[in-house]
Design a protein around this ligand. Structure first.
Ligand SMILES: Nc1ncnc2c1ncn2[C@@H]1O[C@H](COP(=O)(O)OP(=O)(O)OP(=O)(O)O)[C@@H](O)[C@H]1O
Ligand SMILES: [Mg+2]
Length: 355
């Protein structure tokens, strides 16, 4: 994946800022620092940063609380400002491709090419047809720039900017490997966004962002039960035993969780159906769910009911061991499902090479 030291993985998510720092050794990946600082419900809304000051403050706090001195970091963007297309180009060398990619992108991207940052990944070389398949990734420069600027304002040095779904895929590859003769689906369900990535024969073949996630559940609980955000969150996560409800969760909460997770599953299924219809691929062998909302068993159950494919809740931390006593292991356990992006980003190095 490159040379130089590992960057600090920084995930600016709707529910909070997550940071991970790892060190690779013969034993594998060791976690040396971990941090989480929550963001209030109005700071990032639907992927838009509404309160920059609060994000900058959270970034500074999370680095100081986690005792991270290194400033070089990897950040990521997600959401609707990213366009991903599988394209076919004539066989060429990496140098030629680097020169050509901008022009190729122009043919496939509906935005003004000046406004987007273009990157690619070689999916397959087909010398017999003198062609190669690429995954073209275009992210709107303003969103990348906004996030990089937030990091710089917090005195960080963003070196790499990735995309949530690829970050998750990189970590999954480290953790499980990517099956070479099967199609799997990686789903990350966070607070306001869900990302879906169909990985076919070891490479990403289709990605989509769905503007639905755990916050929709919380908001619905707030509305129907007339309770504040924090109380609704506590109900959703199983009822707070020390809270006024004494851990008892109203029946309505269970029904809301069922209804919203099913609506997320329905959108996921629509994307899978679309992919199957347009790609002519065979079948999906397994679906992996992660992200904070994957803590709800109802989510996996709903996806499995709709897709009729085995669903597994994948813990991004499964292959990571704790290497420093600065790591708060209680936080690591309770936040495990939320760490795929931050951990995936922490695999990135200062100097990258294209695959
Ligand atoms: N134990 C739990 N049970 C139910 N929901 C949970 C649990 N833990 C976290 N969540 C929910 O997961 C969401 C946060 O997950 P995550 O950290 O993956 O999202 P995010 O990265 O902050 O958001 P996004 O990616 O949408 O910007 C919140 O909606 C939170 O309520
Ligand atoms: Mg997220």
């Amino acid at each position: 994946m490159g040379e130089g030291k590992n960057l600090v993985g920084v995930d600016i998510g709707t529910s909070g800022v997550k940071v991970c720092q790892v060190r690779e050794s013969r034993k594998g990946l060791g976690l040396v620092r971990l941090g989480f600082v929550p963001l209030g419900p109005q700071v990032i809304v639907d992927g838009q940063v509404m309160d920059q000051g609060a994000v900058i403050e959270a970034l500074q706090r999370v680095f100081s609380e986690a005792k991270i001195r290194q400033r070089e970091c990897a950040i990521s963007v997600s959401g609707q400002a990213v366009i991903i297309r599988k394209i076919t180009v004539p066989m060429m060398t990496e140098a030629e491709l680097n020169e050509q990619i901008q022009w190729e992108a122009e043919q496939h991207i509906p935005f003004d090419i000046k406004d987007v940052q273009v990157d690619y990944q070689v999916l397959r070389r087909r010398p017999e047809a003198s062609q190669m398949d690429l995954l073209l990734v275009a992210a709107k420069r303003d969103q990348i720039e906004d996030y990089a600027q937030l990091a710089r304002n917090a005195k960080l040095k963003p070196v790499v900017c990735d995309i949530d779904s690829f970050t998750v895929q990189n970590l999954f590859e480290y953790s499980r490997g990517l099956p070479q003769d099967q199609t799997i689906v990686l789903i990350n369900v966070g607070a306001s966004l869900s990302s879906l990535n169909i990985v076919s024969n070891g490479a990403s073949a289709f990605t989509r962002e769905i503007a639905n996630g755990g916050n929709v559940i919380t908001e619905e609980i707030q509305r129907q039960l007339s309770v504040p955000f924090d109380q609704a969150e506590a109900y959703k996560c199983g009822g707070d035993p020390s809270g006024p409800s004494g851990g008892m969760v109203p029946q309505q909460v269970v029904q809301i969780i069922e209804a919203v997770t099913d609506s997320i599953a329905a959108e996921i299924q629509r994307s899978i159906d679309f992919y199957m219809a347009t790609s002519g691929e065979g079948e999906i062998s397994r679906i992996y769910v992660t992200g904070g909302t994957a803590n709800l068993a109802a989510l996996g159950a709903a996806v499995q009911r709709r897709a009729r494919v085995p669903v597994e809740a994948w813990a991004p931390t499964e292959k990571i061991f704790v290497e420093a006593r600065e790591v708060d292991t209680t936080m690591l356990q309770s936040r495990a499902a939320q760490l795929a992006v931050a951990l995936g980003l922490s695999l990135r190095r200062e100097k990258e090479t294209h695959s």
